[in-house]
Design a binder for this molecule. Structure first.
Ligand code: SF4
Ligand code: SF4
Length: 294
């Protein structure tokens, strides 16, 4: 079956071991305020608009059947994401994020860099969004990757039915599992869902995963505190995880919000410096391997 993919990035070095190709799948059950891939949340293809590229030709307005397209942008509430305006936009100011792909076509793209994977112990990483939401498609691609001896990694937010993990765990070399907070109330406030199911899935997955690394996006105003970070490290120790990566907050996604007609969550929050975060985390005693960055 086809899956909705919104990006395929070659030569990634932060999404698992070695050099990797990262395949980004659409759809996420969370709605994190700071999300760095806001175009991933909706399961369907979605229109983006970069006003700096627009030359004001008006072709996009002529072809829109629902009257959602305008020279200044588009009406998000009426747009169906059909992409007709993007097809007519030669300036590439309007473009669609997300397209339906066959598993074999994803494999074909991923195989282009197989020589780099071999030299660096790399492979393919499925990210999103939440890749386990499109479980039938994901399982099919993972099986294809295995037929070519490709190493697969999964980046997951953990908020999916446990049976989805059970279906694919044997096909995955490493899970990069997001734990954002162990405080349920705060988790609901900042991501839209609680963390209980996520923590339970994480603990269960440690029993069947070949390798599991906890990843923590560190966000000022949300979890950048000694207490929050200590709690996450203690949780990792308790369930037997030996690697935790802390990912400092950055603002690379800010422009994407405006391209989608959305407001950025908190423009006053500055990016977090790696060395500051390291100094902070070094205060916490642990036997776990802790790293800054992916
Ligand atoms: S088709 Fe593209 S360049 Fe022309 S008005 Fe529409 S968005 Fe602007
Ligand atoms: S994607 Fe389709 S519905 Fe949306 S603005 Fe463009 S033409 Fe109109």
């Amino acid at each position: 079956m086809k899956g909705c993919v919104f990006d395929i990035q070659r030569f990634s070095i932060h999404d698992g071991p070695g050099i990797r190709t990262t395949v980004f799948l659409k759809g996420c059950p969370l709605n994190c305020r700071w999300c760095c891939n806001p175009e991933s949340i909706n399961l369907l293809p979605e229109l983006m608009f970069n006003p700096e590229l627009c030359i004001g030709c008006g072709f996009c307005v002529e072809v829109c059947e629902v009257g959602a397209s305008s020279i200044k942008g588009f009406d998000r509430s009426r747009c169906t994401g059909c992409g007709k305006c993007a097809d007519r936009c030669y300036a590439e100011a309007k473009y669609v994020k997300g397209r339906y792909m066959e598993p074999k076509d994803v494999l074909e793209k991923v195989l282009k860099d197989v020589s780099f994977y071999k030299r660096t112990n790399g492979g393919v990483t499925f990210s999103g969004g939440e890749p386990l939401l499109q479980i039938d498609f994901l399982e099919e691609v993972l099986n294809l990757c295995q037929t070519k001896n490709l190493s697969s990694a999964i980046e997951t937010c953990g908020y999916v039915p446990w049976k989805n993990f059970e279906r694919i765990a044997h096909l995955v070399e490493v899970f990069l599992f997001d734990i954002k907070s162990t405080n349920n109330i705060k988790h609901i406030e900042y991501t839209g869902v609680g963390c209980e199911r996520i923590m339970e899935n994480c603990e269960r997955l440690t029993k069947i995963a070949k390798r599991l690394v906890i990843r923590v996006p560190v966000i000022p105003g949300f979890n950048y505190s000694l207490d929050d970070i200590t709690q996450i490290i203690r949780f990792a120790e308790k369930i037997g995880v030996r690697e935790v990566n802390f990912l400092p907050y950055h603002r690379f996604a800010e422009s994407k919000y405006s391209y989608m007609g959305l407001e950025y969550w908190n423009p006053s929050v500055e990016r977090l410096d790696d060395s500051l975060l390291k100094e902070f985390i070094d205060k916490i005693e642990t036997f776990i391997k802790v790293k800054i960055g992916g």
